[in-house]
Design a protein around this ligand. Structure first.
Ligand SMILES: NC(=O)c1ccc[n+]([C@@H]2O[C@H](COP(=O)([O-])OP(=O)(O)OC[C@H]3O[C@@H](n4cnc5c(N)ncnc54)[C@H](O)[C@@H]3O)[C@@H](O)[C@H]2O)c1
Length: 278
């Protein structure tokens, strides 16, 4: 049972492809909290994923949109406003894709066409959505946009490849567009730097499961899961956070602030992983 935090609010959720998608947890939580939403994804994702079944479960429309295409974005906003009966109050940008990761291209042997595509899909798509929204005044005053990032934007994570650069650009867009949109329309833009969660995009880099295990033990509170991510999104969409903008929130159980934790030492010792074990 929700707490009616989003009653009367209208939102667009990018990025549901299946029940493991972070966006799916967010979509369900938004409905629980009283919002009306549309789901959107690419033609391929709609064909190959199970968005249709999921949308039926929460009784929401799906609108096709490739978030790298300005015409698609314009159409998405116009149709959403029409279907929902008013301007948009919140947007979840939950989009990432790297062919270099998918095809196991190493960072020092990268395909540059794929690299450009990674940046376009995983970072510039946010800029494009914001630019279309601002030009057409599609978002209500104190509207809230949230995008999902990862710690690899600022610290090396082996295997994360060109997605690290995409996340760094994504966070830069949050800051720069955040300042501009706040001053012109009082629209807020924030990012959540999320713990690892097993999803299509999340699990696509090699070594992911070991990193998941590592941060689970290192983070004083353990990893934040999809529901934790959804709860934080709802808070950021709600009126309780009207003066928060241009921020990066680490939703990671304290991992980003920890160099060593008791839990990890126990794990290391109990599994005889140290050469100092007796
Ligand atoms: N899962 C994790 O461990 C984790 C951790 C931190 C951040 N994130 C971020 O969360 C976000 C969501 O990823 P996820 O883990 O839920 O995986 P996911 O695979 O479920 O979601 C990625 C989505 O991006 C969509 N997408 C790809 N190209 C698109 C395009 N051109 N236009 C519109 N949509 C497009 C896909 O169809 C898919 O729905 C991503 O930005 C990801 O980097 C994930």
């Amino acid at each position: 049972m929700g707490k009616n935090l989003l009653i009367g609010k209208k939102g667009i959720i990018f990025g549901v492809v299946d029940e493991n998608s972070l966006a799916w947890s967010v979509a369900q939580k938004c409905i629980d909290e009283g919002a009306e939403i549309v789901l959107t994804n690419t033609k391929n994702a709609i064909l190959l994923g199970n968005i249709n079944d999921l949308a039926k479960k929460i009784n929401t429309p799906i609108i096709e949109c490739d978030a790298t295409n300005l015409d698609d974005i314009q159409n998405l906003f116009e149709q959403s406003i029409n279907l929902l009966g008013g301007k948009i109050d919140f947007i979840l940008h939950s989009i990432a894709m790297s062919q270099n990761l998918r095809r196991r291209k190493e960072y020092d042997n990268i395909n540059y066409k794929y690299f450009e595509q990674t940046i376009d899909i995983s970072a510039l798509s946010l800029h494009k959505i914001l630019q279309v929204a601002k030009k057409n005044n599609f978002i209500n005053t104190y509207g809230s946009i949230v995008t999902l990032s990862y710690i690899a934007s600022s610290k090396y994570v082996c295997g994360y490849n060109d997605m690290s650069a995409a996340k760094a650009i994504l966070e830069s867009i949050v800051q720069n567009f955040g300042a501009i949109y706040a001053q012109s329309h009082k629209v807020r833009i924030n990012t959540i730097s999320q713990s690892p969660v097993f999803t299509r995009a999340g699990g696509s880099f090699s070594g992911f499961k070991y990193f998941y295990d590592f941060t689970e033990h290192m983070a004083p509170l353990g990893n934040a899961n999809a529901e934790d991510c959804a709860n934080l999104c709802v808070m950021l969409f709600s009126d309780y956070t009207r003066k928060l903008t241009m921020q990066k929130f680490y939703n990671d159980g304290g991992y980003s602030q920890t160099s060593m934790s008791e839990n990890f030492i126990d794990y290391f010792r109990d599994n005889s992983l140290s050469r100092f074990n007796e």
